[in-house]
Design a protein around this ligand. Structure first.
Ligand code: FAD
Length: 654
């Protein structure tokens, strides 16, 4: 049997970003013992990078705002594919979550009369994003960490141990969710310490996935090294399905130059605060790209768009503030038409729109980022920007109220790893609010589930416990890269493969063939290449030992990226329409018949194993599922003329 350190907790949260920390705080507040596990250092999660702000209809800057307007904007942004119940809960609860952060010590920027300031963002009807300059994520994480420390101090006072009920295991990677002996209920997690390479098992009846996104499967991305789709893959391997995986958000504005920083995000606040997009001819081209569904809501002239910043009640917003999918496609078209900037993007200009000191005050990180990384002074010259893979709308199929993953008792998911909330396209600012709203719900329901399990244990049913065989298998899987070369003829049919080369080929494949504009032939080619890569990835080999060995870590992560990439490619090939973040060259229109259809991805082998290396049919099975009908009172928030653009005739009749 493998030598593994074992511990036992009530709730395990995988991920220490906004969703994970909020879940952990809630589970602990419910009196449960909660372990948080994260790949990087505590406080270094992806959430820290969030810039523009957190969307919540507090109505501080425009009193017209309320949860119904936020709900409407979110559904429109997601082209009505959002799970309506998630969008409803999110819009209703986001303001409370922001105010709660304030009571825990967050310091948001203020309006002149002292309220939390809110800024404009694409697709939001009113100024709605609470912010701290362009470093909002940093303040969010700082506040949640501070709250965790204060809870640990309470535990020290009560139990004599800071970590009695809340402990963070940092720089640890989970590679498997473990099940009970019957293979039904969650029983814990298996992982390794990144520094020592030692394995560990944490037994717990409830596990919350809060692992973030999948961007590292694409070559040009705003995402950091941690975004290898681990939580998505862990859910699949544990038997839970994923939804909406064809919807990947390409943020319109990433840096395009120099090559070493290509993809790094240029926050949407730049446009929210007045920045404009121009092509190489100096034209504000977004006016040519307002789609019919949004025509009535956006300014038709530059004058009207500019007046909106001062007088939003009597003018329509400029088209630079269309939802992200629209702006990204427009930039792509301009570059393709030969009207791009010297390095293959377009120009984003604030220098002619605001005084230098205002730019430095409102966009300090952007000013710093361009000066340091590209030697561009954004107070004096335009930035060059282009689309970058930014966010995945698809994720674990969850119950909206409890965040419980479909079909796997004890598994919960919140934040970017969960699907449904954002439909086919997320509005900026709606992720930070999503993390807090559903992070809290995940912690609450995981704690309740752990409580119920404990109650049953006291009577008849034993606490779910992983068997040793499962742990041995997980350890063998993790160790495979050390014996790739000729180590096991049954699995290894060629020389060892370099994990870095495989990763680069995967990123290139996804970028070129399943990127911002998609075609059937290219996606079929992508699936073909993914199969070949999967066969080779079984032979991903590394040298050296288990102590801090990044090549080994990547070899393990490849399993996850390949699983998730196949989900994206398969679902994207199946959906023969264009909607939100999914654009098909061969099916350029949105098709109302597709609106009520969710594509659900499951592991083809229900025993929870990735497919054998010689399997040609792939490892993901795709199903179509109808979305639940939208509640009539929520539909009543929209004009009939608008609904006609989205819903099928049958839905409208009902
Ligand atoms: P994360 O914050 O990424 O946390 C994931 C955690 O999971 C990490 O701790 C990681 O270490 C851990 N983890 C992953 N895999 C494993 C594993 N196998 N084992 C153990 N731990 C694991 N959204 C907005 O709403 N407003 C914004 O202004 C905004 N700006 C953004 C700017 C940038 C540059 C980027 C990239 C994104 C931005 N977003 C913004 C999106 C938003 O930041 C993310 O969607 C959100 O932070 C995701 O939070 P999360 O808690 O789901 O995951």
């Amino acid at each position: 049997m493998t030598q593994v350190e074992r511990q036992s907790w009530d709730v395990v949260v995988i991920g220490a970003g906004g969703a994970g920390l909020r879940a952990a705080i809630e589970a602990r507040e419910q009196g449960k013992r909660c372990a948080v596990i994260c790949k990087s250092l505590f406080g270094k999660a992806h959430t820290v990078m969030a810039e523009g702000g957190i969307a919540a209809s507090m109505g501080n800057v425009n009193e017209g705002d309320n949860w119904q307007v936020h709900f409407r904007d979110t559904m429109r942004g997601g082209k009505f594919l959002n799970h309506w119940r998630m969008a409803e809960l999110h819009a209703q609860e986001a303001p409370d979550r922001v105010w709660e952060l304030e009571t825990w010590g967050a310091l948001f920027d203020r309006t002149p009369d002292g309220k939390i300031s809110q800024r404009n963002f694409g697709g939001h009807e009113y100024p709605r994003l609470a912010h701290v300059g362009d470093r909002t994520g940093l303040e969010l994480i700082r506040t949640l960490q501070q709250k965790i420390v204060s809870l640990q101090q309470e535990d020290k006072a009560e139990f004599g141990d800071y970590e009695a009920r809340l402990k963070v295991f940092q720089e640890c990677t989970v590679t498997r969710v473990l099940k009970d002996e019957a293979g039904e209920r969650v029983a814990g997690v298996f992982g390794y310490e990144r520094e020592s390479g030692r394995f560990f098992t944490i037994e717990a009846p409830a596990v919350v996935l809060a692992t973030g996104g999948i961007g590292k499967s694409f070559k040009v991305t705003s995402n950091s090294w941690e975004y290898t789709g681990d939580g998505h893959a862990l859910a699949l391997l544990a038997g839970a399905p994923l939804v909406n995986m064809e919807f990947v958000q390409f943020h319109p504005t990433g840096m395009v130059w120099p090559p070493s920083v290509k993809g790094i995000l240029v926050t949407e606040s730049v446009r929210g605060d007045g920045g404009v997009l121009r092509n190489s001819e100096g034209k504000r081209f977004m006016f040519d790209y307002i789609p019919d569904v949004f025509k009535e809501k956006y300014a038709q002239t530059e004058d009207e768009g500019d007046r909106w910043y001062e007088d939003p009640d009597h003018n329509r917003r400029p088209p630079e503030l269309l939802p992200r999918d629209e702006v990204a496609r427009a930039i792509n078209s301009e570059v393709k038409a030969g009207r791009g900037s010297p390095h293959g993007g377009v120009f984003l200009d604030v220098s002619t729109r605001m005084p230098a000191e205002v730019i430095k005050r409102r966009l300090p990180s952007m000013h710093h980022q361009f000066k340091e990384l590209a030697d561009v002074d954004i107070t004096a010259e335009p930035m060059e920007v282009g689309p970058t893979c930014h966010y995945v709308m698809g994720g674990v199929d969850v119950d909206p109220d409890t965040t419980a993953a479909t079909g796997v008792p004890g598994l919960f998911a919140a934040g970017e790893v969960a699907g449904g909330m954002h439909g086919s396209n997320r509005l900026g600012g709606n992720s930070l609010s999503d993390l807090l709203v559903f992070g809290r719900r995940a912690g609450l329901h995981a704690a309740r589930y752990a409580e119920e399990t404990a109650a049953k244990t006291a009577t008849a049913e034993p606490r779910p416990t992983p068997d040793d065989a499962q742990i041995d298998l997980a350890a063998a899987e993790a160790l495979r890269p050390f014996s790739a070369e000729g180590g096991d003829p049954a699995r290894s049919t060629g020389p060892a493969e370099n994990p870095y080369t495989l990763h680069q080929e995967l990123q290139q494949t996804m970028n070129d063939l399943v990127g911002i504009i998609r075609k059937a032939g290219e996606m079929e080619e992508a699936l073909h290449r993914l199969t070949a890569l999967r066969v080779r990835a079984r032979r991903a080999g590394v040298e050296g030992h288990r102590q801090f060995n990044p090549g080994w870590h990547l070899a393990i992560d490849l399993r996850n990226m390949l699983l998730v990439s196949e989900c994206v490619a398969r679902a994207a090939l199946e959906r023969t329409e264009s909607r939100g973040g999914h654009t098909r060259d061969d099916y350029p229109e949105m098709d109302r018949e597709w609106r009520p259809v969710n594509l659900v991805c499951r592991l083809a082998d229900p025993s929870g194993e990735p497919a054998a290396p010689d399997a040609r049919q792939g490892q993901i099975r795709l199903e179509r599922r109808l979305t639940p009908p939208i509640r009539p009172d929520l539909l009543g928030l929209f004009e009939k003329d608008e609904l006609v653009k989205y819903l099928t005739d049958e839905e409208l009749t009902q």
